[in-house]
Design a protein around this ligand. Structure first.
Ligand code: CO
Length: 207
C-alpha cells in the first residue's frame, strides 16, 4: 500500500521524539554544523538512499543525486556540489554509487527515453556502443544491463578525474583523499566495490 502523505508528518514527529529521548542534545548538535567525510554521488532512484544502506546518520553524507548518477562536467549544480564538498567541507572520500536494475541505464541501452531524460542519459547510450563487444557477449539481458551499470559508474569516476576540483585536490597531496566506484545490488542490499581502471587508482600511490 502506498504511504499516505500524512504518515510522513506523523512518522517525523515520532522519529524526532525517539532521537531526542536517546540523546537530548541531538538536534542542537545537528543544527550547529556539518562535517561530512563523504560525498555521495548517486542515482535519484527512490531505492538508493545510501544512508540507509550504510547506517549513516544525518551529517555524515554530503549528497548529489540525479538520474543514473551522472558526473556531468557541464552541470553547474553538480560542479557546485563538488567544489563545496572538496574545498569547503574537505570530504575525504567521493563515492560514485550506481545500482543494478537502474531504470535510467536500461532506458538508455534500449533507446526508450525521449525528451529531457533521453538527452540526460544519452552518454550511457554512447558508453554502451563503446563497450558493445563486451556487452554483446553477455547473453542474459539482465546481467548485460547490470554490467552496463558498472561501466557507467566507472565512466563517471573517469569524468570526476577530469574536473579541475579533483585534479587540484590530488595535486595538493591529499593523501587521504580517495574516490570510489560502487554499485549497489538491490537484490541483496550489498555494496560492491568496483576496481578502478589503471591510472585512476591512486589509493596506493604516493602523489
Ligand atoms: Co538508477
Amino acid at each position: 500500500m502506498p504511504l499516505e502523505y500524512q504518515h510522513l508528518i506523523s512518522n517525523n514527529k515520532r522519529w524526532a521524539a525517539l532521537k531526542k529521548s536517546a540523546e537530548p542534545d541531538y538536534f542542537k548538535r545537528l543544527s550547529l554544523a556539518q562535517q561530512p567525510h563523504f560525498l555521495y554521488i548517486g542515482c535519484s532512484d527512490s531505492r538508493m538512499p545510501l544512508d540507509t544502506f550504510t547506517s549513516t546518520e544525518p551529517g555524515e553524507l554530503f549528497v548529489h543525486r540525479n538520474i543514473a548518477n551522472q558526473v556531468s562536467i557541464t552541470d553547474i549544480n553538480f560542479l557546485s556540489v563538488l567544489d563545496y564538498a572538496v574545498n569547503v567541507l574537505k570530504v575525504k572520500h567521493i563515492i560514485v554509487c550506481g545500482h543494478y536494475n537502474c531504470g535510467g541505464v536500461a532506458a538508455a541501452y534500449k533507446g526508450q527515453a525521449t525528451g529531457l531524460v533521453g538527452n540526460w542519459i544519452s552518454p550511457i547510450r554512447d558508453l554502451a556502443k563503446e563497450n558493445a563487444k563486451e556487452l554483446d557477449s553477455i547473453e542474459d539481458e539482465h546481467l548485460r544491463l547490470n554490467r552496463l551499470s558498472e561501466l557507467n559508474v566507472i565512466r563517471q569516476v573517469e569524468n570526476l578525474y577530469k574536473t579541475h576540483v579533483v585534479q587540484r585536490a590530488l595535486q595538493k597531496c591529499h593523501s587521504d583523499f580517495q574516490i570510489h566506484a560502487w554499485v549497489l545490488d538491490l537484490a541483496t542490499g550489498h555494496i560492491l566495490e568496483l576496481p578502478l581502471p589503471e591510472g585512476l587508482d591512486h589509493r596506493n600511490e604516493k602523489i
